[in-house]
Write a protein that binds this ligand. Structure first.
Ligand SMILES: [Zn+2]
Length: 105
């Protein structure tokens, strides 16, 4: 949940994790959070509804681990089953700086 300050542009001053309810701001830095977003269209049960949830780093990766576990349960006896459990990049779309991608944080 974005916490905004009333003004010309309703600037976000903090982002509260929708799972644990804690601020995603660590000290003076920018809020660090992951976003789960959905915008359901025609043919969906939820047609016209839009969702946006914000997760702190800890809750985000807990959710990723739960998704991996759910995916693994669906294919645990298939060839790809164990590969899912050891996939440290599950859902990741860019490499980390230490792996040769992006700028170091
Ligand atoms: Zn959290």
């Amino acid at each position: 949940m974005k916490v905004t300050q009333a003004g010309e542009h309703d600037m976000a001053i903090d982002v509260i994790c929708d799972v644990c309810g804690m601020s995603t701001r660590d000290g003076e830095g920018e809020p660090q959070y992951g976003t789960m977003h959905a915008s359901w269209g025609e043919g969906s049960t939820y047609c016209g509804e839009e969702y946006e949830l914000h997760l702190c780093e800890s809750c985000f990766f807990s959710q990723v681990a739960e998704m991996k576990r759910a995916r693994w349960l669906a294919v645990m006896f298939d060839e790809e089953g164990d590969a899912i459990l050891v996939d440290d990049a599950y859902g990741r779309v860019t490499k980390s700086a230490k792996e040769g991608g992006g700028e170091p944080c």
